[in-house]
Design a protein around this ligand. Structure first.
Ligand code: FAD
Length: 140
């Protein structure tokens, strides 16, 4: 059962209520603990950028549930690859809020100082998440 990493981006849909992020994180953490999926979710109140790590089966099943979720749309997979180890293993789903995104960090990994994951390569999107991981609180 080897490991894979999947990174995707998406946009909130018209059904999205801003309190939904709390529900999304709660469900994600509960489900991911059961499925041994780990990762990070970055959200700037309009766009999501998420990384999922785990076995190929678990990550694919999780991504399929996420794809069918009406709270977001325009879901684009940015990167999918086999990995030898997890990088976000201490989070069932760590959260990176808008306040952690700064113009310098956006500019480092994309062409503009704005958070623009649709314009990022899979590698840059992953590196942005990796660069921000030290800002993410440990889960209890
Ligand atoms: P059920 O709970 O049986 O729900 C049935 C359907 O209703 C599903 O399509 C579900 O997506 C949808 N739904 C659920 N709640 C609402 C709501 N409040 N409003 C509208 N529709 C709703 N799940 C994970 O397991 N791991 C993750 O890491 C993860 N990350 C996510 C990131 C984002 C940005 C989003 C939007 C969702 C994420 N989810 C994640 C939630 C995922 O989409 C599913 O809702 C969840 O896994 C439960 O799936 P289910 O098939 O058991 O749905």
């Amino acid at each position: 059962m080897f490991l894979v990493r999947l990174v995707y981006t998406s946009t909130i849909s018209e059904n999205f209520d801003h309190n939904d992020i709390t529900d999304i994180l709660e469900t994600a953490r509960e489900q991911n603990k059961k499925n041994n999926v780990t990762g990070l979710l970055c959200f700037n109140r309009k766009l999501f950028l998420q990384c999922l790590e785990g076995s190929r089966t678990d990550v694919n099943q999780t991504y399929h549930r996420i794809l069918n979720d009406p709270r977001h749309s325009d879901i684009i997979m940015l990167d999918y690859r086999e990995i030898s180890e997890r990088e976000f293993d201490t989070w069932s789903m760590g959260y990176i809020p808008e306040s952690s995104l700064s113009a310098p960090v956006n500019l480092k990994y994309s062409g503009t100082p704005d958070f623009s994951p649709y314009d990022m390569s899979g590698e840059s999107a992953h590196k942005l998440l990796f660069a921000l991981k030290d800002t993410v609180p440990t889960e209890s």
